[in-house]
Design a protein around this ligand. Structure first.
Ligand SMILES: [Mg+2]
Length: 436
């Protein structure tokens, strides 16, 4: 079997005005849908980051992809990632001041490979009539739990005014509880994540306390300010939310850098607080993991098949974390149904992934979904592995064409939350780390 065609579809999907320490989400999120076809007519699909740069990086791999046997993934990895697989020989380093979520320049090749690998695994699953999770080693769960991913937000439903605003403005603890109630009622989530780093830490502490008061101890809580706090503030928040975050929850990327998180951990432990620290900013690749562990900076690594180099790399990460005595959870970005299923399959095949995964899926709408049958359904906060070969999704080509049309109509080609913040909220806004 040989890959005979690579198709890339750039799409735009409505995204509500969600806030984070990076700034404000634009009215549109960009995604790239990757289609591979084989000479015997099997189609594999995947979904990845959108805009010009990820598309160009995939386009540049065309010569390595066409004519390749989709089963030969290690060779493809070697070709796409080469010596940079560990990330050590890519110039530029990382600058946390301008990166947007899920973007570390050192991970560029891993992101490109991931999009190709997932489409190849979809082909392999279809070729052997097995779901992808069973192709990559077998599932340890049939349904994967996801968390309610709460954001502070401005009023608006995304797009350019033509999308319904399901949640309204959410800029207070009371409004966040309302948002959570709505999301839990609709999807059945049993774990809750708050994207913080937006309002004064005292307000965010009050938000977590209000969520605990409303939902009780059976709903583990996590907060992720994306490095907006200093070490001192991180320790203060960790102390204030000691009880709320310790039972099955975590404190995610409170401050910048592995060294900062190590200091936070040390100071919290000295106060008898064992709340685990999680990261998808200080730790974004395998080479970061041993150091994060040696410095006791991170106890839970946040995987994501889109930037960790695909599903098999996430499985290696799962095993590495298990060996090192670390936990594993999953990060997400704005996404559609193909990514939803890719995340579900890999989470089903990682024994060590014992937290509910993040997903932005509730923030996207039926109107923009590009898989046949519409939105992926949740049952009691979980997504079930479809009883179908491969990822279990088929593209709806009419919907895909609408997504491409939206993309062509807009000028946005790279996510820039800081620019959106200046445009809509504060003309002088800058991302400052730490802000508090
Ligand atoms: Mg995060």
């Amino acid at each position: 079997m040989k890959i005979s065609n690579l198709k890339l579809h750039s799409v735009a999907i409505a995204d509500p005005p969600l806030r984070s320490s990076y700034g404000l989400h634009a009215p549109w999120a960009l995604r790239t849908i990757v289609e591979l076809e084989t000479d015997d007519g099997i189609k594999g699909v995947s979904e990845t980051y959108g805009g010009d740069a990820p598309r160009a990086a995939l386009e540049a791999m065309r010569e390595f992809v066409i004519g390749r046997d989709p089963f030969q993934l290690a060779g493809l990895y070697q070709q796409v990632c080469g010596k940079s697989a560990g990330g050590r020989d890519v110039p530029g380093g990382r600058s946390q001041t301008w990166l947007v979520p899920g973007e570390n320049p050192l991970d560029q090749h891993n992101r490109t490979f991931a999009a190709l690998e997932i489409a190849c695994l979809d082909i392999i699953g279809k070729a052997v009539s097995q779901p992808v999770c069973d192709v990559i080693g077998g599932r340890v769960r049939d349904a994967v739990p996801f968390s309610a991913y709460l954001f502070y937000k401005h009023a608006g439903g995304g797009g350019e005014g033509q999308y319904a605003d399901e949640y309204g403005e959410v800029l207070t603890p009371e409004a966040t509880v309302r948002e959570c109630r709505q999301m839990v009622k609709q999807y059945g989530f049993r774990e809750i994540k708050l994207k913080g780093g937006v309002l004064e830490p005292a307000v965010e502490i009050a938000t977590i306390q209000a969520l605990r008061a409303e939902f009780g101890k059976d709903y583990p809580l996590r907060i992720d300010p994306n490095c907006a706090w200093s070490v001192d503030t991180s320790v203060k928040v960790g102390e204030a939310l000691h009880e709320e975050l310790s039972a099955g929850g975590y404190l995610e990327d409170p401050c910048p850098e592995i060294e900062g998180m190590s200091e936070v951990r040390k100071r919290l432990l000295a106060k008898g607080i064992h709340t685990p620290l999680a990261s998808n900013v200080a730790v974004t690749q395998m080479a970061d993991v041993p150091r994060a562990r040696d410095l006791d900076a991170v106890q839970i690594v946040l995987s994501d098949p889109h930037y960790w180099g695909g599903m098999r790399q996430v499985q290696y990460l799962s095993h590495l974390c298990e060996v090192l005595g670390m936990g594993l959870s999953m990060h997400s970005n704005s996404h559609l149904g193909v990514s939803m299923l890719a995340m579900t399959h890999v989470a089903a095949a990682c024994p060590n992934l014992t937290f509910a995964c993040d997903t932005h899926y509730p923030w996207q709408t039926e109107k923009d979904e590009i898989v046949e049958g519409g939105r992926i359904r949740f049952e009691n906060g979980t997504v079930r592995i479809p009883d179908k070969p491969g990822l279990g999704v088929t593209l709806d080509y009419d919907q895909l064409a609408r997504g491409r049309e939206r993309y062509e109509k807009i000028t946005l080609r790279k996510r820039d939350d800081e620019a959106e913040m200046r445009k809509h909220v504060d003309p002088n806004w800058k991302r400052i780390l730490p802000r508090w």
